[in-house]
Ligand binder design. Structure first.
Ligand code: PGA
Ligand code: ZN
Length: 413
């Protein structure tokens, strides 16, 4: 295997889809191969995520500037990486972790570290003259993912009155990715039409899903089922997935729904989900209970984990140690994979491997703050994860990932 040593590393401050600054990096190898990547950014971030470094200077971007993170790339990171010999992805990521030297990557920032880690992978793929998905995955794992497509937004991603953050559809019987995407897009349009007919708002939330005011979660689910049927499909071929993002609600052992101003216990929530799963074609629930509420996670998994997928996002934060704890506690049966929660590509691949070894499913995911960067599309195919969560087929930051997957599918044929 050849070495991919580095000739130049540069950082940049660019904008994400919410018009907040984020970190971009360019890596140029000694053979002139180039890679460029942009870190995403979450809104409903998990408490145990790697640290996103922001300037805090209120005179620029309300304190959200990332100049200090960019300076870290142009200074300390570049200096160290240029000196390093016999580099490969794992060595590079280990070096970045070592230079940072903090548990949460708070000194240099996971936003700076991830941009460099991903840009390096892309440069190496170029150097090997391979598309990124093939470079990352080799030939054995390649598999197109089923979209877990968010078409109705609430929670921290929308200013409507719905507390559940994401209502998603999954074309579980799709034969091709392009067919699955078409079905979802048709349902998305149909849902927009239904909302319009009913005098509801058709503005969209951060991930491109509609964000109307509704009477409650069940109305959202019923409208989606109506859209599935009206678009000419049925609930055998299109299933529903939820991301409750309930860590956002959890305080002093109780769940406080901020929009409905209701309080509920973990037990109450679990009963509620059990009822929803009985009544509706729901196949996956993410963050049904909170990141700190391990006993509730174990109970939830015991109650409905045989029936549906239970995804830990804030619970696991793409972190091997937290996933190990989850495996030991029988908490959840799937992990959401967001590379910027952990900060390097190698650690991301390691946690996916750990999930697979232990029978946990992996869902590759965007963040609510995104960009034109499409790395997660390649990552989903490369790891054969089988599922990708990358928003509605609306807003170019989301569509870019779907379009990348269409091109990959075409190449694989
Ligand atoms: P976030 O939302 O990027 O705001 O964390 C996505 C999710 O919760 O899955
Ligand atoms: Zn989530």
């Amino acid at each position: 295997m050849k070495n991919c040593n580095i000739a130049k590393v540069e950082g940049f401050e660019v904008l994400d889809s919410r018009s907040n600054p984020t970190v971009a990096a360019r890596v140029i190898l000694t053979d002139s191969s180039e890679g460029f990547a942009i870190s995403p950014s979450g809104a409903s971030t998990g408490e145990f995520e790697a640290h996103e470094k922001r300037d805090g200077d209120k005179t620029r971007y309300g304190g959200k500037g990332v100049k200090s993170a960019v300076e870290g790339i142009n200074g300390e990171i570049a200096e160290n990486l240029l000196k390093a010999k016999s580099l490969n992805q794992r060595k590079l990521d280990e070096l970045l972790i070592k230079i940072d030297s903090t548990q949460s990557k708070s000194r240099l920032g996971a936003n700076a570290i991830l941009a460099v880690s991903l840009a390096y992978a892309k440069a190496c793929a170029k150097s090997y003259q391979m598309p990124l998905y093939r470079y990352l995955g080799g030939i054995s794992h390649l598999k197109m993912p089923v979209p877990m497509m968010n078409i109705l937004n609430g929670g921290a991603h929308a200013s409507n009155n719905i507390d559940i953050q994401e209502f998603m559809i999954m074309p579980v019987k799709m034969t091709d990715f392009s067919e699955g995407l078409r079905m979802c897009s048709e349902i998305y349009h149909t849902l927009g039409g239904i909302l319009k007919e009913n005098g509801k708002a058709t503005g969209v939330g951060d991930e491109g899903g509609f964000a109307p005011d509704l009477s409650g979660d069940e109305e959202a689910i019923k409208l989606i089922i109506q859209a599935i049927n009206q678009a000419g499909y049925n609930t055998d071929e299109i299933k529903i997935a939820l991301d409750v993002a309930s860590s956002e609600w959890y305080k002093d052992g109780v769940y406080h729904m901020p929009k409905r101003k209701r309080q509920i216990t973990a037990e109450g929530l679990i009963n509620y989900y059990e009822g929803l799963v009985e009544k509706y074609p729901i196949v996956s629930i993410e963050d049904g209970v909170a990141e700190e509420d391990w006993p509730a996670w174990s109970r939830l998994t015991e109650r409905i984990g045989k029936k549906i997928q239970l995804v830990g996002d804030d619970l696991f934060v793409t972190n091997t140690a937290r996933l190990k704890k989850g495996i030991a506690n029988k908490a959840g049966n799937a992990i959401l994979i967001k590379p910027n929660q952990i900060g390097t590509l190698t650690e991301t691949l390691d946690v996916i491997a750990l999930a697979k070894e232990n029978g946990y499913k992996a869902v590759i995911s965007h963040r609510s703050g995104e960009s034109e960067d499409t790395t997660i599309a390649d990552l989903a195919v490369a790891t054969g994860a089988g599922q990708i969560k990358t928003g509605a087929p609306c807003r170019t930051d989301r569509v870019a990932k779907y379009n990348r997957l269409l091109l990959i599918e075409n190449e694989l044929k």
